[in-house]
Design a protein around this ligand. Structure first.
Ligand SMILES: [Zn+2]
Length: 354
């Protein structure tokens, strides 16, 4: 009984913490573990590392939500890493002061007001507009001093955030727009500033006290997907390779394949270590939907493997795409993941090529 009471108390504390962390009623902030927070409601899920080095975002949500994401991220940074609120009371009757008196001028000297640092890095998990749409707005340093009540940029901080992605994200954003002269697919203000083409890219030094790895996943959801792995907080940000709100979205027109997506899901399970019997331990933030652990990822991976095996079997028997659809290879999962049409088509196309 005591245990139940403790669990309930812990749950209530967690719930109230969630309510307090966000200053925007439509954006929700969930503390994950270590330095990492999950921001929900701005398009794709956004992961935030918040601490004394500033803010690192994995993905930037939609363009329409960027101003609001900026505000809640900096509000959170102020709470987590900012200096305490100045005491504006002077005289004998100030409450809360152990000495019974206080003065703003003295507080300014003794509290060494370290300003919270702004967004320093944005890492894009893919080229999608609901994951990279806020790049331009969030990378520029806030010039509106009202946001935090302090003047930006602080001393010793680069003039704008670095936007990091695999080079295929930049290639797709900067490709010429068909039928529009001198225009690119995505405006140059949104482009990544730093790209890589190796399997594993890492930040060259600790950020908020930990190493951050960017792990390229070839030809999965698209041809420019990356996982981001926070090595000390032990959180993997998976992007749209992992989307438990629907069947996997495999964008074959932009280089996605069934095989690459399945390899990506298996890689998460390889990297993640559960605390006990597939529960807890390494936390995984999906592109959309709720926070997951190894057990949740395994359930999703199993579905992708099973459906792919069924479709592969039908292809081996010489069935056409229409016959595969008519055989309903996803029927037992449709109640959970919804319409399977696009997933069946993409899987058929990927497996047929083999
Ligand atoms: Zn998405």
């Amino acid at each position: 009984m005591l245990r139940i009471a403790l669990v309930l108390t812990g749950f209530a504390a967690l719930c109230s913490a969630q309510v307090e962390l966000s200053t925007d009623p439509n954006l929700h902030i969930l503390p994950v573990q270590g330095n990492i927070y999950m921001l929900v409601g701005a398009g794709g899920n956004i992961a935030m590392s918040v601490g004394h080095d500033g803010v690192l975002l994995v993905d930037s949500g939609t363009q329409a939500m960027a101003d609001r994401v900026l505000k809640v991220s900096l509000d959170l940074a102020t709470r987590v890493a900012g200096s305490p609120a100045p005491n504006n009371c002077a005289g004998m009757r100030c409450s809360g002061s152990p000495y019974g008196w206080s003065s703003p001028s003295l507080n300014a000297r003794i509290s060494s007001p370290a300003r919270p640092k702004p967004i320093r890095y944005i890492i894009n998990t893919s080229v999608d507009a609901d994951h990279a749409g806020g790049n331009a707005r969030l990378a520029e340093l806030p010039k509106d001093s009202k946001i935090l009540g302090v003047t930006f940029p602080p001393v010793g901080v680069a003039p704008s955030a670095n936007v990091i992605s695999h080079e295929n994200v930049l290639n797709r954003m900067s490709a010429p727009k068909p039928g529009a002269k001198d225009q690119t697919m995505v405006d140059s203000s949104m482009w990544p500033t730093d790209t890589f083409r190796v399997a594993k890219y890492k930040l060259s030094e600790f950020f908020n006290g930990e190493g951050v790895e960017v792990l390229y996943q070839p030809n999965a959801h698209t041809d420019g997907d990356s996982f981001v792995y926070f090595r000390y907080s032990d959180v993997i940000v998976a992007g749209d390779i992992l989307n438990p709100t629907s069947y996997p979205v495999i964008d074959t027109a932009r280089g996605g394949t069934y095989q690459g997506l399945l390899t990506g899901l298996n890689f998460i399970l390889d990297l993640a270590i559960p605390e006990f019997r597939a529960q807890g331990g390494t936390m995984v933030i999906p592109g959309h939907g709720r926070l997951m652990d190894s057990g949740d990822v395994a359930i999703y991976r199993n579905m992708v493997q099973i459906v792919g095996d069924r479709i592969g079997d039908l292809i081996a028997k010489g069935r056409t795409l229409d016959q595969v659809k008519a055989a309903k290879p996803t029927l037992d999962y449709d109640g959970i993941y919804g319409s399977p049409t696009a997933f069946i088509e993409a899987t058929f196309k990927s497996l047929q090529k083999k």
